[in-house]
Design a protein around this ligand. Structure first.
Ligand code: S3P
Length: 429
């Protein structure tokens, strides 16, 4: 396993940064571009490993997808022309590819086999398999289809009215995509709002979808038209640098052109509640998604309670928020976040174990964690658990540790942020 030595206390964080394109939006641009008729051009596409899995899956179904740097050109031929892949589809580490693709494949009259890496193989798929079976897809797999590998035969779907038992945009999106390929009107009801990029992007491709009080309705068999998509910067990637410039004293950083979709901006709300010096400027709309620039100056945060409705809006940012909380005045409590247990690692366990190993005062609870602030972090050898967001949290922690940090398995960071270390170097003075 490779290791990376991270020297401690070398820097302040200064200047301007443009983070790579949003992971969720990049996945969806490939999916809708492949379902649509005609050419789709995607700019500022995230070329992380996860999004490349989505590209490979649709290429295996005969879609022409060409990538030149961060620009992707998709020649869509419509749903009817998606072909049966010859080989099993490798989903790698990507939960989004898995859950969203399952929804699409459920609507196609072909046979598919799907597998992933060790992490993905242990993440629950039944949350989407169960509603897709109700719609008529035939799906089987390990432990009765709870886990990958899965085999399935899709086609001839009927619509359903589905209430999501889990707070998951992936599940919502999987069912909505199947609904797009089914007969009749499918509705998904969610008790807590999750990211709505699927709904937004469907409309960008000329589709119709209605949202009313947590009830999302989609009529099947709509014809989508190829379009141009500009992917905004990923706020989940920006979060690592927002926290870095908060905790490293003397820092001031502006991150330009970050996606500010309200279903994703919980990190900004949390930082404001913690009294972090943060401002958002140049707000505007590009391609249906709000974007803006965020400036953070170093400051001492205060501990807060984080729970309820905000959790899906910060679900990927909790590891880096936990690091921030170790530096806050007072105690931070994170609750209602049991979903963290089903991410690329069990993020309650991996965050708590890693920060404890670095000298933090943090304990795990059933659905979150309790973090006591004002701790000096030591250093040492810690593992990313093969989880990109844990790896980046460790790298940011090393900016304030007393001793150097050795990060075991840094390579996973390229899942969502291949240029992370390059960017860290760029803003380090
Ligand atoms: C995603 C939704 C979230 C998030 C993941 C991307 C998406 O997962 O953690 O990184 O693109 O829909 P859940 O919706 O399962 O919580």
């Amino acid at each position: 396993m490779s290791e990376k030595l991270l020297e401690s206390k070398q820097t302040v964080i200064k200047g301007e940064l443009q983070v790579p394109g949003d992971k969720s939006i990049s996945h969806r641009s490939i999916i809708f571009g492949s379902l649509a008729q005609g050419k789709t051009v995607v700019t500022n596409f995230l070329d992380g490993e996860d999004c490349m899995r989505t590209i490979a899956a649709f290429q295996a179904m005969g879609v022409s997808i060409e990538k030149h740097g961060q620009t992707v050109v998709i020649e869509g031929n419509g749903v009817e022309n998606l072909q049966e892949p010859i080989e099993p589809i490798n989903l790698g580490n990507s939960g989004t590819t898995a859950r969203l693709l399952l929804g699409v494949l459920a609507g196609l009259p072909h046979h598919f086999t799907l597998f992933g890496d060790e992490s993905l193989t242990n993440r629950p798929m039944d949350r989407v398999v169960i509603p897709l079976r109700q719609m008529g897809a035939m799906i089987d797999g390990r432990e009765n289809g709870k886990y990958l590998p899965l085999a399935m035969r899709g086609g001839n779907l009927s619509s359903i009215a589905f209430e999501t038992p889990v707070k998951s945009a992936q599940v919502k999106s999987g069912v909505l995509l199947a609904g797009l390929l089914a007969e009749g009107e499918t509705t998904v009801t969610e008790k807590t709002t999750t990211r709505d990029h699927t709904e937004n992007m469907l409309q960008a491709f000329g589709g119709k979808i209605d949202t009313n009080n947590g009830k999302i309705s989609i009529t099947g068999k709509q014809q989508l038209q190829g379009t141009e998509i500009h992917v905004p910067g990923d706020i989940s990637s920006a979060a690592f640098f927002l926290v870095a410039s908060t905790i490293v004293s003397g820092s001031e950083l502006t991150i330009k052109d970050v996606g500010l979709n309200p279903t994703r901006t919980g990190i900004i709300d949390v930082l404001k509640q913690m009294d972090v010096d943060i401002t958002v400027v140049e707000e505007r709309t590009i391609g249906g998604e709000p974007v803006g620039s965020i400036t953070v100056r170093s400051s001492t945060p205060k501990g807060i309670i984080i729970d309820g409705e905000i959790i899906p809006r910060i679900i990927d940012e909790i590891p880096i928020i936990a690091l921030l909380a170790t530096q806050a005045n007072g105690k931070t409590i994170i609750r209602d976040a049991e979903e963290l247990r089903y991410k690329e690692s069990d993020r309650i366990a991996s965050v708590v174990n890693t920060l404890q190993a670095l000298g933090a005062d943090i304990e795990a609870t059933k659905d979150g964690m309790i973090i006591h602030g004002n701790r000096t972090l030591s250093g040492g050898k810690v593992d990313s658990y093969g989880d990109h967001r844990i790896g980046m949290m460790i790298a940011i922690a090393s900016l304030i540790t007393e001793q150097a940090v050795t990060l075991v398995n840094p390579a996973c960071i390229s899942i969502s942020y291949p240029s992370f270390f390059e960017h860290l170097k760029k803003v380090s003075r």
